[in-house]
Ligand binder design. Structure first.
Ligand SMILES: CC(C)(COP(=O)(O)OP(=O)(O)OC[C@H]1O[C@@H](n2cnc3c(N)ncnc32)[C@H](O)[C@@H]1OP(=O)(O)O)[C@@H](O)C(=O)NCCC(=O)NCCS
Length: 180
């Protein structure tokens, strides 16, 4: 199985695997913010403990063969988490991505910087041919992040994704990909 680097740096960011100890900082930075989770698959956390459990699972996934890898992002030279990015290896040579940033860090191109790094890594691996992500059709900032990472809009997946912060019904999503 391909295994991405556990840590990496970009021009402005440093990425590392999470641990349960990060939960209070992640909770405060973005995971409890309903504006951040608005289009995400999970509702805002209201308590630190379940988030610590999630981060513990993310850390364990680095050591098992789940194919799901999550990093915390911080500004280079600092350790405080400002966001997260995840990569999922899928059968048939595909990687799928998700990402979120603390609101105070929106608008600086950070998400695209991290995403481009991991898309570049993916498509440099023998056996990986497609790097893709999807976002809610009403989340144009995320669509733009995908484009800035070199992905191309492919179409709309209708009724594809439930965003519980908005409601229980699946919503239409835009899918973008870069391939080689
Ligand atoms: C989506 C998100 C990751 C974007 O990250 P970011 O680092 O702020 O993104 P950028 O700084 O590259 O800015 C986004 C781009 O979208 C554009 N944009 C932002 N809001 C927009 C809007 N309402 N309409 C059109 N374009 C918009 C910006 O102009 C920018 O494009 P540009 O660089 O060409 O000017 C961030 O807003 C976030 O964490 N949102 C909450 C979680 C989330 O929705 N994650 C994605 C799930 S698929």
């Amino acid at each position: 199985m391909h295994k991405p680097p556990a840590t990496f740096v970009t021009a402005r960011l440093a990425a590392r695997p999470p641990s349960a100890d990060d939960a209070p900082a992640v909770f405060a930075a973005y995971a409890s913010d309903a504006e951040v989770t608005r289009y995400l698959a999970w509702p805002p956390y209201t308590r630190v403990e379940p988030l610590a459990g999630f981060l513990r699972d993310c850390a364990a996934n680095w050591e098992n063969s789940s194919g799901h890898f999550v990093w915390l992002l911080s500004l280079k030279g600092t350790t405080a988490p400002i966001g997260t990015i995840g990569l999922k290896l899928e059968p048939g040579g595909k990687t799928m991505f998700g990402y979120a940033l603390a609101k105070r860090c929106w608008g600086h191109g950070f998400a695209a910087e991290a995403l481009k790094h991991l898309v570049d890594w993916s498509l440099a691996q023998p056996g990986i041919f497609r790097a893709y992500a999807y976002c809610d059709v009403e989340n144009p900032a995320s669509a733009r992040v995908m484009e800035k990472a070199g992905m191309v809009r492919e179409g709309i997946l209708r009724r594809w994704h439930v965003a519980p912060t908005i409601g229980p019904e699946p919503r239409d999503c835009l899918v973008c990909a870069r391939v080689r």
